[in-house]
Design a protein around this ligand. Structure first.
Ligand code: PYC
Length: 335
C-alpha cells in the first residue's frame, strides 16, 4: 500500500457517487445509482470494454478501501439497449470486471425493487455476455436464470504446492471455475485463511500448467483462451437442507461469502455431465459461512441453463465523497 500524501490524486472529476449496498446470502453487492462515468452510446459489450480499460480509478474508488473493501462486487447500472430489459449492468470488483455475477444480479434485483423501479415478477437484465432473467418472488427471494453453462473438461490432474496431486473439472457458469472434490481439506469456516491460501496455490498451478478455459465465439466459432480465475472446493454439507458445501476463491483473492451463483451454475453443469442431476431437480449449495442457494437447470442446445435462487437484503443507501486532497480517493492499491 502506498500514497504520497502531498500528491493530489483527484483527477477524474469524481463527483459524489450514490450507491446502494446489499448482501446476497452474506456476499456484498454495491450498485452504482448516480455518478458513474459516461460510457457513451455503444453496445453493452463496448461499454463494458470502455469501463474495463478506461475507468480503473473509478472502479477502485468504489470497490476498494477506504470506501469499500476487497469482498465487494460492484454493479454499474446502465440504460439498456432496448426497453425489454429492466437495466443493463456491468459487474466489477477489486481487480477488474466480472463476466457475470449471479449473487450480484440478485442484489441488483432487490436494489431496483428498493428504488421502486420494479415489483414482483420477471425482469430481464442485459450483460456483456448475454441476457439473464431475474424473477423477484412475493416472498422476496430472487431466482436468476443464468447464461448457458457447460463443463469443458473433467478429470484434470494438477500438481499443487501443499496439496500434492489433485483432480478437478473445468466448467463455465458465467465465469470460469476449477472445481475440486479431492483436496483432502475440511471446509470449516474457522479455516478460511488456510482454504484461501490453498485455493490460491491451485490457481497458481493452473497458470503454471497453462490450463485455461476456452471461449468459443458463437458466431465465428473462433476460440480464445480465458483465465480460470475462480477456484471452487467442495465438501459434505453441515446443513441438513443442503446437498453440498463449497468454498469459492474469487479473482481478487477474496472468498465468496455466498455459495456463488456462477459457481453453483458450474457445479450443475458438472452434475449434468456426470448424469447425477436431472433437469428440474433441485440442488442446494451451502456456502462456507452456512448460507444457501438452490439451483436447477433445463437443457438447451447441448448446454444447461441454470436457475439460481437466493435472498438479498439492502444494507445501505449512501453517497461516496471524494475530497480533492484525499491521497486515497482512487482506492488503496494492494501490491
Ligand atoms: O455469485 O456469481 C456469483 C459470484 C461471482 C463472484 C462472486 N459472486
Amino acid at each position: 500500500m502506498s500514497a504520497d500524501p502531498g500528491r493530489v490524486v483527484y483527477r477524474l472529476g469524481m463527483d459524489p457517487v450514490r450507491v446502494i449496498d446489499s448482501h446476497t446470502e452474506g456476499e456484498p453487492t454495491r450498485v452504482v445509482i448516480e455518478g458513474a462515468p459516461d460510457l457513451g452510446a455503444g453496445s453493452i459489450e463496448e461499454k463494458t470494454r470502455l469501463f474495463r480499460t478506461g475507468h480503473n480509478e473509478f472502479r477502485r474508488a468504489v470497490a476498494c478501501e477506504p470506501r469499500g473493501h476487497e469482498a465487494i462486487v460492484g454493479a454499474l447500472l446502465l440504460e439498456p439497449s432496448d426497453p425489454s430489459f429492466a437495466a443493463g449492468v456491468i459487474f466489477f470488483n477489486n481487480v477488474g470486471t466480472l463476466h457475470m455475477c449471479v449473487h450480484g444480479a440478485i442484489g441488483v434485483t432487490v436494489t431496483l425493487a428498493h428504488l421502486g423501479r420494479i415489483g414482483p415478477g420477471s425482469h430481464r437484465l442485459e450483460t456483456s455476455i448475454g441476457a439473464i432473467t431475474a424473477h423477484l418472488g412475493e416472498n422476496g427471494l430472487v431466482s436468476v436464470e443464468n447464461v448457458p453453462s457447460h463443463r469443458q473438461r473433467s478429470g484434470v490432474r494438477l500438481d499443487v504446492e501443499g496439496l500434492g496431486m489433485i483432480t478437478g473439472d473445468i466448467a463455465w457458469g458465467g465465469n470460469w471455475f476449477f472445481l475440486v472434490e479431492d483436496h483432502g481439506l475440511d471446509l470449516a469456516s474457522t479455516d478460511i485463511d488456510e482454504l484461501r491460501s490453498h485455493a490460491l496455490s491451485i490457481r497458481r498451478a493452473l497458470e503454471s500448467a497453462a490450463i485455461h478455459g476456452i471461449h468459443v465465439d458463437p458466431v465465428s466459432g473462433d476460440e480464445t483462451y480465458q483465465i480460470i480465475d475462480h477456484v471452487e472446493l467442495f465438501d459434505r454439507p453441515t446443513r441438513t437442507d443442503c446437498d453440498s458445501r463449497n468454498f469459492v476463491l474469487c479473482p481478487g483473492g477474496e472468498f465468496d461469502r455466498s455459495p456463488c451463483g456462477t459457481g453453483t451454475s458450474a457445479k450443475l453443469a458438472c452434475l449434468h455431465a456426470d448424469g447425477m442431476l436431472e433437469p428440474g431437480q433441485p440442488w442446494a449449495q451451502e456456502s462456507i459461512i452456512g448460507s444457501r442457494f438452490t439451483g436447477r437447470y433445463h437443457e438447451k442446445d447441448g448446454m444447461i441453463i441454470p436457475t439460481i435462487t437466493g435472498g438479498a437484503w439492502i444494507t445501505a443507501d449512501s453517497t461516496l465523497l471524494f475530497d480533492h486532497n484525499d491521497p486515497f480517493a482512487e482506492g488503496i492499491i494492494r501490491s
